[in-house]
Design a protein around this ligand. Sequence first.
Ligand code: NAP
Length: 352
Amino acid sequence: MSTPENKAAWLTALKAYPLQVGPAPMPTPEAADVVIQVHSAALNPADPAMQQRGVVVKPEGYPYILGIDIAGIITAVGPKNTRFKLGGDRVTALAVPSLLGDAKYGGFQLYAVGDDRMIAKIPDRLSFNEASVLPLGLCTAAYSLFEKAALALDLPEPGGNAPNGKILLVWGGASSVGACAIQAAKAAGYTIAATASAKNFGLLREIGAEYVFDYNNAGIIDEIVATLKGKGELAGIFSAIIQPAPLAQCAAVAGQLEGRKHVGTVRPPGFPALDNWPEGVEISSCESTDIMSSEVGPAIWRKWLPVALEDGSMKCRPHYEVAGKGLEGVQGAVDLMSKGVSGKKLVVEIAH
Ligand SMILES: NC(=O)c1ccc[n+]([C@@H]2O[C@H](COP(=O)([O-])OP(=O)(O)OC[C@H]3O[C@@H](n4cnc5c(N)ncnc54)[C@H](OP(=O)(O)O)[C@@H]3O)[C@@H](O)[C@H]2O)c1
């Protein structure tokens, strides 16, 4: 049998275009890391943003490998890893080269190194395409919903928590982050209200939203307040949409409902303060990968997620759409992602 070789879609220099497909070192896993043969890689808004704006943590970071969401098969395990076995475990994983400072962790390659903290086994019935849609969306939602510095909601237990009667409003429920937030918060016992375009109401309902609202309606704030008033205490609002206008709408809703007046966001720390933010409404920022080193990471990735995927309560939504095949298809998918998506996740079938 021939020895497998690694290849990557390289970002060769700052803002280089297009990505160049070429050989990459075959990684050896250290400590508790693993090597994952990447079958599917999903796209995030961060991928075109990083290519176009040149966001790499280390100036010496080029050549660099983008790609954050992957699913595949474990092919090698580090000496300190006791969770995974060789050549069989099918997993979904967060690939975080920008955080871990090394291109070997990038997702757009045939064999990527995975950090044990952000990997979960997936059931046989789930395809790699399906499983690749979750990692960053789930990490981001988990930070804002469950970290103490953000909304600090109850964590979901395997099998799901009993309903607690409290309402969480998710703004942007058809986004990847929003769809994960709806499902994780529902599993934690919250009643979910969510916004999206009307064409995505079916998606919102399928993943557990009880109240759905079209954010394109001019009277949306009044509509949400009138619908939710008296239905239960507000546990908070999570906005998966980063722009100031929807965040202001979230604040306006929080100001008029009984309960916790806190808007959890996807704004990274250090973003400038928002103009005219109302007094009495808290707002928190989000550094999704921080859950790797807090209690939230293991509670979600190790304890809850594998069970929720197995029992079907966590669905791989939004649905994937194949936007490319092979490493050669990555640049086209990144370009498509830069145009934006509605209620779907773009995926490249890396091993096809
Ligand atoms: N801080 C962090 O660590 C971190 C990490 C990851 C992501 N993020 C950020 O999180 C955000 C979401 O990422 P994503 O991958 O989930 O995005 P996405 O899937 O690309 O979001 C697309 C969705 O956004 C919805 N949308 C757009 N404008 C809206 C509005 N005004 N109100 C409600 N929904 C609206 C659209 O809904 P309809 O189609 O229904 O109209 C569309 O389905 C991005 O800004 C991303 O940069 C931050």
